[in-house]
Design a protein around this ligand. Sequence first.
Ligand SMILES: NC(=O)c1ccc[n+]([C@@H]2O[C@H](COP(=O)([O-])OP(=O)(O)OC[C@H]3O[C@@H](n4cnc5c(N)ncnc54)[C@H](OP(=O)(O)O)[C@@H]3O)[C@@H](O)[C@H]2O)c1
Length: 343
Amino acid sequence: MTTGGSKKGTACVTGGNGFVASALIKMLLERGYAVHATVRDPEATAKVAHLKSLQSLGDLKLFRADLKEEGSFDEAVAGCDYVFLIASPVDLTAEDPENDLIKPAIKGTLNALRSCSKAAVKRVVLMSSAAAVSGIRMEGEGGPLVIDEKSWTDIDYLYQEKPPTWGYLAAKTLTEKAAWEYSEDHKLDLIAVNPTLIVGPSIMPELPFSDRLALALVTGEELPTLGLKIMQKVSGSISFVHIEDVCRALIFLAETESASGRYVLSKVDSGLCDVAKLLSKRYPQYKITADLSDVPEKSRLSISSEKLSKAGFKFKYDKLEDIYDELVEQGKAKGVLPKTLAT
Ligand SMILES: NC(=O)c1ccc[n+]([C@@H]2O[C@H](COP(=O)([O-])OP(=O)(O)OC[C@H]3O[C@@H](n4cnc5c(N)ncnc54)[C@H](OP(=O)(O)O)[C@@H]3O)[C@@H](O)[C@H]2O)c1
């Protein structure tokens, strides 16, 4: 084990200032790991302040690295036991998906994987997405269809039909496929995780976009509401997993020697109409104004994490009500929901 001064070892996390990565870094430090976090600009004070505040928890070093620059991750991954590849372009509204999302995601991930090979790290955990699993052509009625790690998003369907946000689905799918090919050719120990919508508290100053998506029906924010409707139409369900469970699973999969292949991370399957019903009953103070008449009433997919559960992982968050209670508090604290309502 490469200790870097820590008994647990050293882990590198890319895209350190983002929602998932910053939560993972916090958990790794709390568990006694030394952490190398990469960010595009360590001097961008406002963007890295929340990350730097974690230095009080343990041995956290920041490194500059950009997916677009070959060799950029060499220094950050050197001496690491585990590398968590979390950074990725995530712009769902990219005007030129091929050049803004797909090519940079694939090229950047291969670039980071080459750095991992050079450093001979023990294991790489790649943050893929349920978007690489569940983007399939859905015809007719019926369901829900159970989707797990054996399923791959249908790239031909994406390129033929170009459903909204297709570029993100294609980027995650093609990046994961390229990573598998690389790991087989170069004998690199790789795990991929495929989470559904990740929600929950964040140390970022702003509410993360995925929390804004989840809260869109009560905040009424236009872009996240559209995103949520698209998610229901394209993915056939709205499925959730809590950020704490995602970070626990990422570390569990790095540390569990017998782990291999892909792991879907998802705990609560729902549909937009059911979410709307739950929210109006539980938080009647927030009026839902979104028009859901064009959204299918029933979910078409059920996203299964059975493989992870069978490996011995236990999810902590399995009730949508609890997840939303916490999200609503987050929304109030971060100013997207009013703290009190005018009467
Ligand atoms: N949130 C979800 O619901 C969800 C679900 C499934 C999978 N995922 C995956 O989880 C990962 C993190 O997502 P997130 O929700 O935490 O999003 P996020 O907060 O926007 O984080 C994305 C991170 O990627 C970094 N990044 C983007 N382009 C980069 C580049 N060219 N070079 C280096 N870093 C770059 C960003 O850096 P800057 O801050 O400098 O822009 C940011 O730190 C992504 O791979 C995403 O696809 C997320």
